[in-house]
Ligand binder design. Structure first.
Ligand code: FE
Ligand code: FE
Ligand code: ZN
Length: 287
């Protein structure tokens, strides 16, 4: 069994997100920690958090995956931009310690002409600067499509970043199906092979969450344009195979499809019914 949900708006606070995901029928979700442009985050309201945590218990929510503003660049060439990324991410992690057990997912960054190797080094430096001993949130590197100068298109690049992080217990990967497809991995035709390669290069124990999206473009296009499930080049049958893979059992599977509430509710129901594993985390216990 998987946890299924979608990316939802955080504008109304935590309890509002709980109500929204209940309405959509999900048991996990993703949200931006702040406006995607990276503006200041709203002050946390302890009463709002308390109400949310109560709801999370009632709804038996799985891990929730907070998403860093996508405009942050942990490997920017300019020091002030790197500092902004570092300080924003550090502040997000501090805030996320109010909702334990969740993940913090971010786009590794764009090397903007410095080269992949420099990008990898700067991303690892940023991570080593923000993972503090008193916090527990696991930070997830997202697999990227490779548009522009994005770092993290290949599993090898992600592995190199992971290897340089001091706090090995606080770091993992979020696999985005549209991104890996656009990066050149055949997640549509051979999902088993992609998971095998992930295991060989990174290790499946590092896989903590998935973004389930179809893609508007052919494999290897490096475009990063999401499509609704079954309306892109990956197809619904491949998604069905993905959510039935043993490596995905027990993990949050989050839709980032261009949809409305009705569409997300339908796709969440599809993910859930497509998965034939009865128990979360029960490898081999297929019904
Ligand atoms: Fe993302
Ligand atoms: Fe994504
Ligand atoms: Zn994307």
């Amino acid at each position: 069994m998987i946890y299924a949900g979608s990316h939802i708006s955080s504008a109304g606070g935590y309890a509002a997100m709980g109500r929204q995901i209940r309405k959509l029928g999900g048991d996990t979700f993703a949200f931006f920690t702040r406006n995607p442009r990276g503006a200041r985050a709203k002050k946390l309201d302890p009463e709002d958090i308390r109400e949310f945590l109560e709801m999370a218990g009632e709804l038996k929510l799985g891990p929730v995956v907070a998403h860093a503003p996508y405009t942050l660049n942990a490997c920017a060439a300019r020091e002030d931009l790197r500092r902004f990324a570092r300080e924003t991410m550090a502040d997000d992690l501090k805030r996320l310690s109010c909702t334990p057990g969740n993940y913090y997912n971010f786009h590794p960054g764009c090397h903007v002409g410095q080269g992949t190797e420099a990008g990898i080094r700067l991303i690892a430096e940023t991570l080593n600067g923000i993972l503090k001993d008193e916090e527990h949130t696991t930070v997830l590197l997202e697999t990227m499509s490779g548009k522009g100068s994005e770092v993290g298109r290949t599993f090898e690049e992600l592995r190199e970043i992971l290897d340089r992080v001091e706090r090995q217990d606080r770091i993992g990967v979020c696999l985005d199906t549209c991104h890996v497809w656009d990066a050149g991995y055949d997640i549509a035709g051979n999902p088993d092979g992609v998971f095998e390669e992930f295991d060989r290069v990174i290790g499946l124990d590092r896989l903590k969450a998935l973004h389930i999206n179809d893609s508007q473009n052919p494999r290897g296009s490096r475009k990063d344009r999401h499509a609704k499930i079954g309306e892109g080049m990956i197809g619904a049958e491949a998604v069905r195979r993905i959510v039935n893979h043993p490596a995905v059992q027990g993990l949050p599977c989050i839709l980032e499809t261009p949809n409305d509430d009705e569409g997300w509710a339908r796709e969440i129901a599809f993910l859930r019914s497509a998965c034939q594993y009865k128990e979360k985390n029960m490898e081999g216990e297929q019904i």
